[in-house]
Design a protein around this ligand. Structure first.
Ligand code: C2E
Ligand code: MG
Ligand code: MG
Length: 413
């Protein structure tokens, strides 16, 4: 472990004196010298008020008489606490997961949670994260908010560029497609991610403009890959806000024709981020695009407002299981149940299932065991510029062999 985090001031808040003693001893054994114990929230908040005693890390019990852990978290927000948090509790795991989500929603950095009785190894693993999170913290805060003018200028001047993330067949490792993910190469702020401007573009009425710019580039790129002999389906993200005017389908059809791409090579990934008003227009657009043989995919399945109703009403050929249900699903029962149910639904409806956010080997193995059709995620590859794809594919085929990612009698094809 890095030596620097050992100087972190740690506060343990728990109503049980025995737990306080135990955790104190564990931390001391791991080399943490500056540890304060508190038996109730009120006392702990006093320590937080004074910058001289403000801890960099709090180990927080959830179940306490008087002020409980959840209420204490609210006070932390009020105090603009910027240190790290570890939740400790004897409650069942789902309760801890809910509390963790709450902390994350308040944007307080959380290293994770520990179930009582606390195992020293579990604590050590979480503390290892201290070194990395303290290095990242500063950067993730202060996300800049861009104005309508800035976003429009970026689209018009070509500062938006497409990255592409591979989608691969789980059974064979074959690269069957890519998803287009827009990036803003900002001249001053560097690489800006869609989370920081797509929603703003929707709110400022710029989403049609943005989507057209992305689609135009993506279809041209699809044409280039097609000419070079690469058989790839190219997916683009479509916001429900794009589906409010009947012009949309004409634009998509026209751009595909101009690029010389058949609709069957294109996947439109539809996400619903807000409640829809009149769905008749979006249904009409999607039905007509499907009649023209474009593929429709339901993105972030399981989140949003009416995924099941959408599945009923729209002729989707692909279902993308949201990354929030994929990563760690092999060890987390709740995630696993949702993942299994989504996969079963796709199979029963006879549509292709894609697992998003496949981050590690455990995630990949789960997809293999459960027979998920396609996989996408950082374990396979991060999104990359178009030029990098061919080189990546060579490496990927080597990796499939060297790391035995597929059952060997199936050749990537
Ligand atoms: P999405 O369509 O669900 O895309 C997947 C997101 O997950 C991408 O984030 C991708 O970089 C990220 N990702 C991929 N693999 C992993 C992984 O293993 N772990 C984790 N934690 N994340 C992974 P990105 O590029 O930041 O895009 C975020 C969202 O922004 C997209 O989610 C999509 O909804 C939206 N978006 C991106 N490009 C466009 C666009 O051109 N138009 C519209 N309307 N929305 C877009
Ligand atoms: Mg998508
Ligand atoms: Mg998604």
């Amino acid at each position: 472990m890095n030596t620097e985090p050992h100087t972190t001031r740690i506060l343990i808040l728990d109503d049980d004196p025995f737990i306080l003693k135990l955790l104190h001893r564990m931390l001391a054994n791991m080399g943490f010298a500056s540890v304060i114990c508190c038996e109730n929230g009120v006392e702990a908040l006093k320590l937080l008020e004074d910058t001289a005693t403000r801890p960099g890390l709090i180990l927080l019990d959830l179940n306490m008489p008087g002020m409980d852990g959840i209420e204490f978290i609210r006070h932390l927000v009020g105090q603009k606490f910027t240190g790290n948090l570890i939740l400790v509790s004897g409650e069942e795991e789902r309760m801890l997961q809910t509390a963790e989500k709450l902390v994350q929603a308040h944007q307080i950095p959380i290293l994770g949670y520990l179930q009582k009785p606390v195992q020293p190894d579990a604590l050590r693993v979480l503390l290892m994260k201290l070194a990395t999170t303290s290095a990242h913290n500063g950067q993730e805060k202060h996300q800049k908010i861009y104005s309508a003018g800035e976003i429009k200028a970026a689209i018009d001047s070509g500062e938006l560029i497409n990255y592409y993330q591979p989608k691969v067949k789980v059974a064979t490792g074959a690269v069957v497609g890519v998803e287009t993910l827009v990036r803003w190469r900002h001249p001053v702020d560097g690489m800006v991610y869609p989370g920081q401007f797509v929603h703003a573009a929707e709110q400022h009425g710029l989403i049609d403009h943005l989507t057209q710019a992305v689609i135009r580039q993506a279809f041209i790129q699809a044409g280039i890959w097609q000419k070079s002999g690469l058989e790839l389906k190219v997916a683009v993200n479509v916001s429900m806000d794009n589906l409010t005017s009947l012009d949309f389908q004409d634009v998509v059809v026209k751009l595909a024709a101009e690029a010389g791409i058949l609709p069957g090579k294109i996947v439109l990934e539809i996400t619903e981020s807000q409640l829809m008003g009149d769905i008749r227009i979006s249904l009409e657009i999607l039905a007509r695009l499907r009649l023209k043989r474009f593929h429709l995919s339901i993105d972030d399945f399981g989140t949003g407002h009416s995924s099941l109703a959408q599945l009923r009403d729209i002729p989707f050929g692909e279902l993308k299981i949201d990354q929030g249900f994929v990563h760690h699903a092999s060890t987390n029962e709740t995630l696993r149940a949702i993942y299994d149910a989504s996969l079963a639904l796709a199979k029963q409806l006879n549509i292709e299932a894609v697992a998003e956010g496949v981050e590690d080997r455990e995630d990949w193995e789960l997809l293999r065991q459960t027979g998920c059709d396609l996989a996408q995620g950082n374990f396979i590859s991060r999104p990359m510029p178009a030029e990098a794809l061919a080189g990546w594919m060579d490496q990927w085929h080597t990796r499939i062999r060297d790391e035995s990612l597929i059952t060997s009698n199936t050749d990537p094809a």
